[in-house]
Design a protein around this ligand. Structure first.
Ligand code: THU
Length: 159
């Protein structure tokens, strides 16, 4: 029998976050207006801090053909990979605002994004942290985003 554990730090008050984590959460929150979410009105922004210190932001980009839409996390990872090829992601922070309203519950990433986060972890050969937050209220952080997809499929499984 095998068991998988997920390490999760939680903060009730974001004033207690490390300053660099608070900065990344704020950066994501500032990116929320860049979301293109006319169909769900669920605005999501993901900020990544790269090993060289750069911070890049991605937001969800929806499409009238609904499945074409892409989540903020995958936009952020694709942006990082394109703008700073080879630079490791150190931390990602995800913030959301439904219909532009205040949100109070941290947002766990969807399954497809968990697969993309896992791919990034394999690609860079080292784990990176994931911070989940609303625009207010508690904050969650896992030191290894790929822990959110236990028993994951990866390139190693391909022949
Ligand atoms: N969304 C994200 O951007 N990230 C997630 O992890 C969950 C969902 C987006 C996709 C869609 O544009 C909207 O939120 C509603 O599902």
């Amino acid at each position: 029998m095998s068991t998988w554990n997920i390490e999760l730090d939680t903060w009730e008050d974001r004033a207690d976050l490390l300053p660099e984590d608070a900065e990344l959460v704020q950066s994501a929150a500032r990116g929320l207006p860049l979301a293109h979410a006319p169909y769900s009105r669920f605005h999501v922004a993901a900020s990544v801090r790269l090993a060289d210190g750069r911070i890049l932001v991605g937001t969800n980009q929806e499409n009238a053909s609904y499945p074409v839409g892409i989540c903020a996390e995958r936009v952020a990872l694709s942006t990082a990979s394109s703008v700073a090829p080879g630079a490791a992601v150190v931390v990602m922070a995800v913030v959301y605002a439904p219909s532009g309203q205040t949100s109070h519950k941290p947002l766990p990433p969807c399954g497809m994004c968990r697969q993309a986060l896992h791919e990034q972890r394999c690609r860079q050969g080292q784990p990176f942290a994931l911070i989940m937050a609303g625009t207010a209220g508690p904050v969650w952080k896992t030191p290894d985003a790929s822990q959110l997809l236990p028993f994951a499929f990866s390139g190693d499984d391909l022949p």
